[in-house]
Design a protein around this ligand. Structure first.
Ligand code: BGC
Length: 750
């Protein structure tokens, strides 16, 4: 494999790029003010308008003429007459690098040479697990899988590569990371989150922001991150996307706000707003959230963009505005800077009227335009907005990028059950490979893979190997049969039985059909009946089963779990997860992923690991009601890691009071291992009913076979606090229990 700069970064231990807030300096401020003073109201509103690429392409919106091409007359209207400042999306599917460069340079040429002000256009895209709208772009495991690595350094590197490949297309704005904490397992976008824990989402989210926004000679040009979806989007009461959330202020601040707070501290340049409502108030019309909290309290100075059509939805979905005119007024006055309109120009016309009549203050327009132009300035777009030449990005889709994606998949795949150490498997084993995901990489890639829902294979130009292809090579005595789709059996019973009879065991590749947002809503949190039935019949035939799961969220598998000897949660590892799966099955790689969520056992008993004591009350009045299928942090390896010698002491570091914690870990097995060491703290008594435990620190450690290491943590006492009745973060003295793995110890802190 060619060793690249990125590969060198990857292997250099402790790699960290610090990029922090990136404020506008005095000269830039003057430059921006001068520019804005020369702009007409129409030009300003153009900057606040974001339009879908379909609108400037040949064909109809959502039904473009293939192969894709831009339409000059439509571009003239949008970019020149209306002066639109931002374009988004791909026209239905991914494009080649060459086509992206042509699209972006044509748009920029129009904007910079045919308009009076010559302001370049911000192109935005959802590159949420790699450059997923670039044909051939390197796909990484989805964020939930990335969280299972507990390795923010690796996640930061994936973000840097994503930025590299996205910028190679000429695109400088990424609608990522999703900082919504995944605390509603039914939600269709669970796989886009970094899991249910606040600290994990904070660390991963900030790593991604740094990865996207850093630039140096190896990664030229900047790309802006877009934190989304501010705020409380991931907690719909019904579990269905974009439905109402009911969240108290305490909960909002304790569980949903911190990843955004941290991302802002790390310099995130933009934010996208939650399409839904919280306690009945649509966030797009909520000034307390968009101004008081986001601007005044968190001091965020970047761009706030709506989500798709969300201003209009204040009328037809939320029913808080009587018409679109009122909706535009509400949203802009509540603090929105840019509207992802995205398929017409009514927003721009209405905002023009509203500003002329004084219903939207001119000062609100200037503020929004300042932020948008400041972002363009920070991205260096006024100096160079043309896609960089291919020579600047020689590593797009390189072997070294793919191997980094594979490393991430290796560290994310989570072994949840391994009865009688059935895994790893000898290469001589006769496996029958079956199940819907066995020969279809769409289950591995998930949504946001070359198309929005990830379900149109014709756009997947990568003829990559499937699980069946690779396993048949690795385990030459093996055989393959489809078995079933999501909905029904695909093979004649006798044919299936014949193959089954010849096998030592079955590798069942189960999954959920890829989906996200509204198309991903479900009424039942379970694996499909056809898959369950086939697994039951295989078990009835007495064959051991290794179950591989490729799912959008933790679907209930309670009935089939006892029938499977090994269970591996692969999340959506992407097409670059195929080889890692084979390596884990054969024991070339020791699995080290740990669950970033609680895996529920019953669909009506959905609790996160950091629930309150009262949530554990059982029918018999004991505190035993929390019985998930697997707990947050569960995950096995092939080597047993022994924990011992937990030590805690309190000390001072400058003005800060800190807890120093040390623990020994020993690899008692015969394979080198990577171990995510998770440190939980329980506040025993507090003025607000405390969570039974909270993750307060973690680290991923390599430990060779037979080796022993001491792992150290330093915890600022303030991190052990919580949001009190007055919505303030406080630390309350008292007894705290620190636990790591099977060890725990209490400390009284005054
Ligand atoms: C999604 C956003 C996404 C946007 C642009 C919306 O439907 O909710 O997450 O960034 O579309 O594609």
């Amino acid at each position: 494999m060619k060793k690249s700069f990125f590969f060198a970064l990857f292997i250099s231990v402790g790699f960290q790029l610090v990029i922090g807030q990136n404020p506008i300096n005095k000269t830039q401020h003057t430059q921006l003010r001068r520019l804005i003073s020369k702009m007409t109201l129409k030009e300003k509103i153009g900057q606040m308008t974001q339009i879908n690429i379909d609108v400037i392409s040949k064909g109809e919106v959502f039904n473009l003429i293939e192969p894709h091409s831009l339409d000059s007359a439509k571009m003239h209207k949008i970019l020149v007459e209306y002066g639109v400042g931002s374009i988004l999306n791909a026209g239905g599917h991914a494009y080649s690098l060459e086509h992206w460069k042509e699209i972006v340079s044509t748009i920029q040429r129009f904007a910079t040479t045919k308009t009076r002000m010559g302001i370049p256009v911000l192109y935005g895209i959802d590159a949420i697990h790699g450059a997923n709208y670039l044909l051939n772009g390197t796909l990484f495991p989805h964020p939930l899988a990335q969280a299972a690595t507990f390795n923010p350094g690796m996640v930061q590197l994936a973000a840097r590569i994503t930025a590299y490949e996205t910028k190679a297309c000429g695109i400088t704005w990424n609608f990522s990371p999703v900082l919504d904490v995944g605390r509603q397992p039914l939600w269709s976008r669970m796989f886009e989150t970094y899991g249910e824990d606040v600290l994990l989402a904070r660390k991963m989210g900030s790593a991604v922001v740094r990865g996207y926004q850093s630039s140096d000679s190896a990664n030229p040009g900047k790309m802006a991150a877009c934190m989304k979806h501010f705020l409380g989007y991931s907690f719909p009461f019904t579990g269905k996307d974009r439905t109402s959330a009911y969240i108290s202020d305490i909960q909002l601040r304790e569980y949903f706000l911190p990843p955004f707070t941290d991302a802002i501290k790390n310099g995130a340049m933009s934010v996208m707003i939650n399409s839904g409502d919280i306690n009945g108030i649509p966030v797009h019309a909520n000034k307390s959230i968009l101004v008081d909290l986001l601007r005044k309290e968190l001091k965020f100075d970047g761009v706030a963009v709506t989500d798709w059509e969300d201003i209009y939805k204040l009328v037809n979905v939320h029913h808080v505005a009587k018409d679109e005119r009122e909706a535009v007024k509400m949203a802009i006055n509540a603090g929105i800077d840019m509207s992802m309109v995205p398929n017409d120009l009514r927003f721009s016309d209405l905002l023009y009227e509203l500003t002329l009549s004084g219903e939207v203050p001119q000062q609100r327009i200037d503020e929004a335009v300042y932020r948008i132009l400041a972002m363009k300035l920070k991205l260096g777009m006024f100096e160079n907005c043309m896609p960089f030449s291919k020579a600047d990005f020689p590593e797009v889709a390189s072997d070294s990028f793919i191997s980094i994606a594979e490393n991430i998949a290796e560290e994310s795949i989570t072994l949840l059950k391994n009865a009688k150490n059935i895994l790893p498997l000898a290469k001589t084993k006769k496996l029958l490979i079956t199940g819907p995901a066995s020969n279809n990489n769409m289950y591995l890639n998930g949504a946001w893979s070359r198309t929005w829902q990830g379900t149109h294979p014709i756009w997947d130009k990568n003829s990559r190997k499937t699980i069946a292809d690779v396993i048949l090579q690795e385990f030459p005595e093996s055989d393959w049969i489809q078995g079933c789709t999501i909905d029904s059996l695909t093979n004649n019973k006798d044919v299936f039985s014949e193959k089954l009879n010849h096998a030592d065991m079955v590798l069942f590749c189960a999954g959920e059909w890829p989906s996200t947002e509204k198309p991903g809503d479900i009424n039942e949190l379970k694996l499909s009946t056809a898959q369950e039935n086939l697994i039951k019949s295989i078990a009835a035939a007495g064959k051991p089963i290794v179950l591989l799961l490729f799912v959008n969220r933790p679907v209930i598998i309670r009935e089939i779990e006892p029938l499977c000897d090994a269970i591996i949660l692969a999340y959506h590892p992407s097409e670059n997860g195929v080889r890692p799966i084979a390596k884990i099955l054969s024991g070339q790689v020791n699995p080290s992923g740990k669950l970033p969520i609680t895996y529920p056992k019953f669909a009506n008993s959905l609790l996160t690991y950091d629930h309150r004591y009262a949530d554990q009350l059982a029918n018999d009045f004991s505190l035993n009601a929390f019985q998930p299928q697997w707990e947050f942090g569960a995950g096995l390896g092939y080597s047993k890691i022994k924990y011992s010698n937990l030590k805690i002491s309190e000390s001072k570091s400058g003005k800060k009071r800190v807890l120093s914690i040390a623990v020994d870990i020993e690899n008692t097995g015969s394979m080198d291992a990577k171990e995510s060491v998770l440190l939980f703290v329980s506040d025993i008594t507090a003025s607000i009913a405390p969570a039974v435990k909270r993750l307060r620190a973690f680290d991923k450690i390599s430990v060779s076979a037979g080796a022993k290491k001491t792992v150290h943590f330093q915890l600022d006492l303030n991190e052990l606090g919580f949001v009190n009745r007055n919505s303030k973060w406080i630390f309350e003295p008292g007894v705290f229990k620190v636990s790591i793995s099977n060890l725990s110890s209490e400390i009284n802190i005054n």
